[in-house]
Ligand binder design. Structure first.
Ligand SMILES: Cc1ncc(COP(=O)(O)O)c(C=O)c1O
Length: 377
């Protein structure tokens, strides 16, 4: 059985204060409008089997770190898809298909986004083609196939799979539903982010405590920006926003540091596969370059341990199934608290109500089992 004592030694890799921080609700909602957030909530909350995901208390962790509350939004329960991604891609499919039945949906994915798109297409009876790189596990591919999508494997990394998706979609007039935005591709990613903001709408009803800090995982930044948009619309008080990334893929931290969108080189993929991204999405960059207070990067070292701590009730009263991408929020919170300088700087105290997004459950069952057994050693 794993013990929670060792967390006292956890450290982050990098910590950065954003010199350009300024949270302005109307600036944020210029990029993902308040109306689009409301529309997303109206649609998704009306879907069959919609259920608000639990807002759990990591009550043992909060005691250990001497904080008032550590809330954990448990997205492992989201629509049986086991990830917050169910809110984004599937909603975008619904919006762009506009009730038509004769269109074919396509997307490139590292895993969870593709599942959401495939599930969204299946819900509406649409055909779907999902492109994956050579690095996407067979388990994740099988999960996508379960929703009736055709999966096309492409040699190379995520970018290669996206290029192939674009090429074939253009040739065959398939409708691409991609969660990554560029200057010329905004609408679908905006819809996706509007879907993610449901998490904040739900939380605003699940507690009457004011959240003081949110630790937000980022890959290309879509989830973080969607949550920030939700905060701008639904929260009465603005919490401190802390962006969390794997140190092998810290494209948000590097962009904020250099005050411009920065493409980085990933030398080795992080075990947190969904977050292993080398460049931010365009709209999230516009939002996060202002709205994030701090960036933290963490190594893969404590991922397995955290999976085990969650499962073995070392952080909370009940057992929690959190996959690899659910762990870095906890790892960075612990690491920032362990360092008296950063703890003080970001004003973490006995008065703090911290929110962590438990963004996925055992979405990759095989990897989850491996991490759990490694973390228990
Ligand atoms: C499973 C999973 N995939 C991907 C991401 C990254 O999302 P995005 O690329 O929108 O920043 C996360 C969380 O940050 C995640 O938990």
């Amino acid at each position: 059985m794993t013990s929670s004592k060792s967390i006292r030694h956890w450290k982050f890799t990098k910590f950065l204060s954003n010199k350009d921080y300024i949270f302005n609700r109307s600036y944020v909602l210029k990029f993902v409008s308040s109306k689009s957030l409301g529309n997303a909530y109206k649609s998704v909350s009306g879907w069959k089997n919609y259920k608000v995901t639990p807002l759990l208390s990591l009550n043992k962790l909060k005691k250990n770190l001497k904080l008032k509350n550590v809330f954990y939004k448990d997205e492992s329960k989201r629509f049986h898809l086991k990830s917050f991604k169910a809110l984004g891609g599937a909603y975008a499919v619904e919006k762009i298909s506009k009730g038509k039945k004769n269109i074919i949906i396509s997307s490139a994915t590292a895993g969870n986004h593709g599942r959401s798109v495939a599930w969204g297409a299946k819900r509406l009876g649409l055909k779907c083609k999902i492109f994956v790189s050579q690095y996407v596990s067979e388990t994740r591919v099988n999960e996508i196939k379960k929703f009736g999508a055709e999966v096309i494997r492409v040699k190379g990394d995520y970018e290669s799979s996206l290029n192939e998706c674009k090429k074939l979609s253009k040739k065959n007039s398939w409708k691409i539903v991609q969660d990554v935005s560029t200057k010329n591709y905004k609408l679908v990613p905006q819809l996706t982010m509007a879907g993610y903001s449901l998490m904040i709408k739900e939380i605003s009803k699940q507690t009457n405590q004011y959240i003081t800090h949110i630790f937000l995982q980022a890959g290309v930044g879509g989830m973080a920006a969607g949550v920030v948009a939700g905060v701008a619309k639904y929260f009465k008080r603005i919490p401190k926003i802390i962006i969390v990334e794997p140190d092998r893929a810290d494209c948000v931290l590097q962009s904020i540091k250099s005050r411009k969108l920065k493409k980085i080189k990933i030398k080795k993929e992080s075990i947190m596969g969904g977050m292993s991204c080398n460049e931010m999405s365009y709209i999230p960059w516009q939002i996060l370059k202002k709205a994030s207070n701090y960036c933290v990067s963490v190594s893969d070292k404590n991922v397995a341990k955290t999976v085990a701590l969650l499962k073995d009730k070392k952080l909370s009263k009940n057992s929690i199934i959190g996959g690899e991408c659910s762990t870095p929020g906890i790892i960075s919170l612990v690491s920032v608290c362990n360092n008296s300088k950063t703890r003080k700087l970001i004003e973490l105290s006995e008065k703090s109500n911290v929110l962590i997004i438990g963004c996925e459950g055992n979405a990759d069952v095989k990897l989850y089992k491996q991490l759990l057994s490694k973390g228990r050693k």
